[in-house]
Design a protein around this ligand. Structure first.
Ligand SMILES: [Zn+2]
Length: 482
């Protein structure tokens, strides 16, 4: 059975019965439904309620769940996770308003209607799924309505609903500005959420796969890289809208949005650009992204200009992020400070490497072909063993020295091991700067380093990018000509 028959009230009154705005006493409903429909249309601000009685009739055959901001229709049996979806959206609205810079009083007026479809063909037959919508595998939003195909996990159903509702909210704010990757990346970034004890957090970076069943964005990026389809940040920004039915493209858009939103140096230009594009219709950003939407999707995204002068660094950090991507990746702790380096003094120099940070510049420039001796000392906390099951002992810190601990490995090297890489501040030739971080040299407690090219020396204590924040301490590294 794809439709649920209404037992007790006609369509308009049944809708009203569920709505706190008006209420629908049965006796009143039986005699005055025409009037009730008018009240409904005014209360909801909907233009379709009166204009399309066939839609009302079709909707009346479905289960209906409503909140302050959303009304959902579905042919699925009622479950707790379906019934709570309006509460999820109602909690999302203030978070969207804060993100898009919309005053709460304005956001309070926003409304959306959604259909969650088990039997898609039935929705087509009764006209609830318009024939002029483009084909879509999972979900689609247009104006104040969206359509979702039922999903195998409650998380992913909620995720897609939040994705389409984010589009609905953004469109309502400013007619859906944004280049394709920005629109989809923003919707994916915000829709990736945590719903725990009836509390919603949007823009959540999942810490483990079990938190986001069927989501799969991290696996899609990893698989794409393994298959030779790594995308640069610029490439993601210029992705054509036509590529969008591919879930892999959504994964890349999520990744870039998340990376920029969390990175301490790149998030502020993004926030400024968003604020200008959404709030100032006379701005260049707004004009350009509207042109971009009209089909000129290969035009340079104006967001990119906000990173002028830093794009090479951005691409490097993006590549480090996607190559090492895992659940719980701590983007903030892996932001690299690119500092102008100076030549290593003849007598050598010291550098300090923090255990809770990613790649760190020593500030010294080394020359290709020269021999350098690196010696490291220090003791730092690299991980914690889990708390004892009995609760008698808490988490126990693991201590490491620069040679690392061989109980655990990350990317083929012991956890805690000191690694070295060179970064050319000014690449000598186009394509000559294949990044060194991706095949760093193990240093451990000490090693000879002979750079194959000149550049700044960067150091790192090896660890999972999802576990940096638990680390404490540092090592001192002596760098000397050999
Ligand atoms: Zn979308």
């Amino acid at each position: 059975m794809h439709a649920i028959q209404n037992q007790h009230c006609d369509p308009a009154c049944n809708r009203l019965e569920d709505r706190e705005l008006v209420g629908c006493p049965r006796a009143f409903a039986k005699t005055s439904c025409g009037r009730a429909m008018i009240v409904l249309a005014l209360a909801w601000g909907g233009h379709d309620a009166l204009a399309d009685p066939s839609r009302e009739a079709a909707e009346s055959q479905l289960r209906r769940f409503a909140g302050q901001h959303i009304v959902l229709f579905t042919d699925l049996p009622a479950t707790a996770s379906l019934e709570e979806l309006p509460r999820v959206v109602d909690q999302a609205v203030p978070q969207w308003a804060a993100y898009f810079g919309v005053p709460p009083a304005k956001a309070a007026k926003w409304r959306l209607t959604g259909y969650i479809m088990r039997d898609r063909a039935w929705f087509s037959q009764v006209g609830l799924l318009p024939a002029d919508l483009p084909p879509f595998p999972e979900g689609y939003q247009r104006d104040d309505r969206f359509w979702l195909v039922e999903q195998p996990s409650e998380y992913y159903r909620r995720h897609l609903l939040l994705h389409e509702a984010t589009h609905g909210f953004a469109d309502w704010v400013r007619l859906g500005v944004g280049s394709p990757w920005f629109r989809e990346g923003t919707a994916e970034f915000l829709a990736t959420h945590r719903w725990h004890q009836q509390r919603l957090t949007l823009g959540f970076f999942p810490r483990q796969r079990e938190e986001v069943p069927e989501w799969g964005r991290i696996k899609l990026i990893r698989d794409a890289i393994a298959a030779g389809r790594r995308r640069g940040a610029r490439e993601v920004m210029l992705t054509d809208l036509k590529a969008y039915p591919s879930t892999e493209v959504y994964a890349w858009s999520w990744g870039l949005s998340m990376f920029l939103e969390r990175h301490p140096r790149y998030r502020e230009p993004l926030r400024q650009w968003r604020s200008e594009a959404f709030s100032d219709s006379t701005s260049k950003s707004h004009a350009l992204i509207k042109g971009n939407l009209k089909g000129d999707s290969h035009a340079m995204d104006p967001l990119e200009t906000r990173y002028d002068g830093a794009f090479r660094e951005l691409e490097e950090e993006w590549r480090l992020f996607v190559d090492d991507l895992e659940y719980g990746y701590e983007i903030e702790n892996h932001a690299i400070e690119f500092v102008a380096s100076r030549p290593l003094p003849a007598g050598g120099a010291e550098a300090v490497v923090q255990a809770n940070r990613g790649w760190q510049s020593t500030g010294y420039r080394l020359a290709a072909g020269e021999r350098y001796r690196l010696t490291a000392k220090g003791r730092f906390q690299i991980a914690q063993s889990a708390a004892d099951d009995s609760g008698s002992t808490g988490p126990t810190p693991w201590w490491s020295e620069p040679q690392g601990v061989t109980i655990r490995y990350h990317r083929g090297q012991p956890l805690g091991m000191l690694l070295a890489a060179m970064w050319d501040e000014k690449p000598q030739a186009e394509g000559a700067d294949e990044p060194a971080w991706h095949a760093p040299q193990p240093i451990g407690a000490g090693a000879l380093l002979v750079p194959t090219r000149s550049g700044s020396l960067y150091l790192l204590l090896n660890d999972s990018p999802a576990e940096r924040s638990a680390n404490r301490g540092e090592v001192q590294v002596r760098i000397e000509p050999d």
